[in-house]
Ligand binder design. Structure first.
Ligand SMILES: *Cc1c(COP(=O)(O)O)cnc(C)c1O
Length: 412
């Protein structure tokens, strides 16, 4: 059991110092800068242990009890546990835990419900749709006919009158709901109504809010969607991977769409790590975490607004904040560069109107580190001084480092 018990870093230091240096360098980077990327988090040591386990060696095409390979009795247990925990965590009749990523989950959802050439309605990429929502650079845009709905340029919220008008005009086979940059909960009931009106499937891409839903800090799309796609590594805090949820009538189609249609052998170490993460997410401490993530988001959003940034939708109900630094005289890309130089790592995102870029921030990782509202107010101040580029840049960088190192993601 040395592979499990000896820390990965120690093994590597002896066997491959070059790669050990990379791993330790990345750990240092993660723990001395602020991870404000809304899609990132710190998986627990238990999740990382499962990921670094000998389950990685096992080939297991198929599903528990029906594999194409021998010797799957033990890993079958891991997958059954993962499926049972996912079903109970999300209150879903069926779960598929095999998708290698969020994008693979979306690919399989489309494969289960659509045929090439089918018409699909999804959020415009220029307003926060994901690449898998019809980008011409992605399989989705190549194989399906996507039409994009937008958001209200004033409120930043999905314009449901437009969704309905587009649905009536194009008669899509599926409507996709989900965004990479919306700080608010989607109105699942309105999406369902429109989907029913035109006889379309409703696919909810809950890659971002899945962890908030698991923790009871966001409404669940499960009662409304035909298929829910999710990632396990964002707010949910598990290993990098995807997840599909659906009702009993689509279970077989969804399973076949994952394997054998779009994937080969399941990654059993990742599936075991997903099981660990689902177990963690079912604990009361995770519900407290999810609610703290949102409370932190509200304070951070209010802090940025108070310092003059335009906060999209005026705030947040989630871990995610989209803010336009233009009122500070800086565009989004320049701001992101200045923030990175100061040790605050985050992304750009589209804004409700125009082609300019905003800043996308998330509170999932810093909340895992144990930071609360007080620290969020401090971070808002640090963000704005770095974006303005005034004053002592080295001092801001030092303050960021002090704050990050006071909350180690992996305390010794
Ligand atoms: C993150 C995300 C995905 C894709 O997840 P990957 O694991 O990076 O493939 C898909 N859809 C949405 C809305 C996302 O935010």
């Amino acid at each position: 059991m040395t592979v499990i018990h000896e820390s990965g870093a120690d093994v590597l230091r002896r066997r491959d110092p070059e790669l050990a240096g990379v791993l330790l360098g990345e750990l240092t980077r993660q723990s001395t800068t602020l991870q404000l990327n809304a899609a990132e988090n710190f998986a627990s040591p238990a999740v990382l242990a499962a990921l670094g386990s000998p389950l990685a060696n096992k080939y297991a095409e198929g599903y528990p009890g029906a594999r194409y390979h021998g010797g799957c009795e033990i890993v079958d247990v891991a997958e059954r546990i993962a499926v049972d925990r996912a079903r109970s965590l999300f209150g879903a009749a069926h779960a598929n835990v095999q998708p290698h990523s969020g994008s693979s989950a979306v690919l399989a959802a489309y494969a289960a419900l659509l045929r090439p050439g089918d018409t699909v309605l999804a959020l415009d990429l220029a307003r926060g749709g994901h690449l898998t929502h019809g980008s011409p650079a992605n399989f989705s845009g190549r194989w399906y006919t996507f039409h994009g709905y937008g958001v209200d340029p004033e409120t930043g919220l999905v314009d449901h009158a437009q969704v309905r008008a587009l649905a009536l005009a194009h008669r899509p086979r599926a409507i996709v709901c989900g965004s990479i940059s919306s700080p608010r909960h989607p109105e699942y009931a309105l999406f369902r109504e429109t989907a029913d009106e035109v006889g379309a499937y409703l696919i909810v891409d809950a890659a971002h809010p899945a962890g908030l839903i698991a923790g009871g800090a966001a409404p669940s799309p499960v009662p409304y969607a035909d298929v829910v796609c999710a990632t396990t590594h964002k707010v949910l805090r598990g290993p990098r991977g995807g997840l599909l949820l659906c009702g009993p009538e689509l279970a077989e189609r969804v399973d076949r769409a994952v394997f054998p249609f779009t994937q080969g052998g399941a990654q059993m170490h990742t599936i075991a790590a997903k099981a660990v993460a689902f177990g963690e997410a079912a604990a009361p401490s995770f519900a407290a975490y999810a609610h703290q993530v949102v409370a932190n988001g509200r304070v951070l959003a209010a802090g940025l607004a108070a310092e003059g940034m335009t906060v999209v939708t005026g705030g947040t109900d989630t871990h995610l904040i989209a803010a336009d630094p233009a009122p500070l005289g800086v565009d989004g890309r320049t701001a992101r560069g200045r923030l990175a130089a100061a040790g605050m790592i985050l992304d750009c995102c589209p804004l409700p109107r125009g082609n300019g870029r905003g800043l996308r921030l998330g509170t999932a990782a810093v909340t895992t580190q144990g930071m609360g509202e007080e620290e969020m107010a401090r971070i808002a101040g640090l963000l704005v001084s770095a974006v303005r580029g005034r004053g002592d840049g080295a001092r801001t960088r030092d303050e960021v480092r002090d704050l990050a190192t006071a909350f180690p993601p992996y305390p010794a």
